[in-house]
Design a protein around this ligand. Sequence first.
Ligand SMILES: [Fe+2]
Ligand SMILES: [Fe+2]
Length: 373
Amino acid sequence: MAIEQASLTEISDVFYRDVQSLGMSPLWRSTQPGPRDGVPAAPYQPCHWSWSDIERSLVRAAAIVKPGPEAERRALQLCNPGVAPSPSPTHTLTAAVQMVMPGEIAPSHRHTMAAIRFIIQGDGAITMVNGEPLSMTPGDLILTPGWCWHGHINRTEAPMIWMDGLDVPLVRSLKAGLYEGYPDELHPATKPIDHSVSRYGSGHLRPVWEQTSTKISPMLKFPWAQTEQSLRDLAKVDSSPFDDVAMQYTNPSTGGHVLPTMGCWMQLLRPEAHTRAHRHSTCHVYHVFRGSGSTIVDGVQIDWKQGDFFALPPDCWHEHLNRSSSEPAFLFSTNDLPVFESLGLYREDAYAERDGHQEVVASYAARYGDSRN
Ligand SMILES: [Fe+2]
Ligand SMILES: [Fe+2]
């Protein structure tokens, strides 16, 4: 019997060696994708960045580098140790905070990776996207679809600071990343300022001679004044149990997402709002535009205030709280929802226990405070 077992082991070993040398792999020895019990779980940690750290670091960066040949962009990438070595907050999205000082130009270039900018500080600098000058005001969302020439110029008296969000990790995983520098400093303007806002900015009307729909929003800027008004109007009549008053920026030609690879949301958490927990297969990068509060992620409480950023991994339970009894909180976020929807991979579950609220088991600092070291 022992001899028979030994010979079977020997035969197996020879078999596995042979199939490997023939460029094959036995499926029954492969690692199964995802949890074996079919229950989703966050594949990596959430992450939080405080505005005071970001702002202080940007001021230091301004003394060290200038936009141009030495640093095409003065931008600090937000890095979640949970997705290292990718310098990004989630596995599909990058986020950075960029500063352009008075008189500076961040030269034009283009890449197949799409980008969004959410304006944080300063007023009146210009982002040039394929010949359209777009003026920047806090709360505005500006799109830079893939392969559009884009550069930035600050002719104001104050620094401009904004969030950059890109689909870099996703596009790189598809081996579709291409980059090209513009031969001159700034790609020239060929259209009036905020041209696409004049064309499509009403939100519910479009020129009658334009009937085509495109997957990329033809409107490249979404002004804050309209966004805020829409949220305050919606708050009067409806809300979501999981996101309170949340709206998706939409492509005026389709009503769908603004970009094929990235969705953008702005949500208003009403004073003392406490949403119910849920989880979904998409990941989100949040920027706290206004207000202060907390987000509980798999039992870990992230306290946030104006200017902070935090990243939610896929499949984490999460719920939001506005700690103020008088002021709304406004959270801007980017996500990979368009990709999940188009691939049929979107899943969402509501947290069924404890009336939809998680037990807080740790603060973010206690659980992850040392994770960047
Ligand atoms: Fe760029
Ligand atoms: Fe969510």
